[in-house]
Write a protein that binds this ligand. Structure first.
Ligand code: SF4
Length: 218
């Protein structure tokens, strides 16, 4: 299985287009954490201009705390669930200043004590920002790794555990990066575009869909 996984990742790498955290690679860990929190259930294309605009004037936790809740809500209003996220961001700023000297901690244990930060977000930070091996399992990674037949799981937590067992450690950081982009453009939740998928011949779900026209995938 490891050989096939490496093959799929290398095929996807050839057509990869950067996702949000790659596009924000020059931003600080704090800024990338805030962007990740804001991106829950909101498209990257909506989040990116909002955070770029916010960080120009309010680059760190101290500056953001100078904004009232109403002022921050106004800046985030285009983002889904912006009222709850405003509260999380302000609370995050307070805790970072009180407990972590204003810096984002770089361990899963510490990051998951922060408001709004679950395993997925913490693993994204480890992998994209701190360059530590981690598999951040979001809806795309969970769905696609099951469709490909790498795993057979019911929850993202279970998927993370299984993927860590079967993906070679030096490829962990590629999993989220490549599958999220693939899930946003090709392997859509409903009606995946299997006919134009570069990894169709490695995919159990895709091959089942096209058993009557196998010559297309040889
Ligand atoms: S073949 Fe279809 S289901 Fe499989 S990875 Fe590609 S788009 Fe997704």
């Amino acid at each position: 299985m490891a050989v096939e996984i490496i093959k799929v990742l290398s095929v996807l790498e050839k057509t990869h287009q950067p996702t949000m955290l790659e596009m924000l690679k020059d931003y600080t860990p704090f800024q990338r954490l805030v962007a990740t929190l804001l991106s829950a259930r909101t498209k990257d294309v909506t989040v990116i201009p909002v955070v770029k605009d916010l960080f120009q004037k309010y680059p760190g936790p101290k500056e953001i705390l100078k904004l009232s809740d109403a002022e921050l809500e106004k800046k985030l209003y285009r983002i889904g669930f912006y009222k709850v996220k405003t509260k999380h961001v302000k609370e995050l700023c307070r805790i970072l200043l009180e407990k972590f000297d204003g810096k984002v901690p770089d361990t899963l244990e510490e990051m998951t004590t922060l408001p709004g930060v679950g395993r997925k977000t913490a693993n994204c930070m480890l992998s994209y920002v701190f360059n530590k091996p981690a598999i951040a399992v979001d809806v795309h990674v969970h769905r696609i790794s099951n469709r490909l037949g790498w795993i057979s799981t019911k929850t993202p937590e279970e998927s993370e555990e299984r993927l860590m067992a079967i993906v070679p450690r030096d490829s962990w950081n590629k999993v989220n990066m490549l599958l999220v982009d693939h899930g946003q453009r090709i392997c859509l939740p409903i009606n995946p575009k299997c006919k134009e998928c570069p990894v169709l011949k490695y995919c159990e779900f895709g091959k089942r869909r096209f058993t009557s026209s196998r010559s297309h995938i040889a």
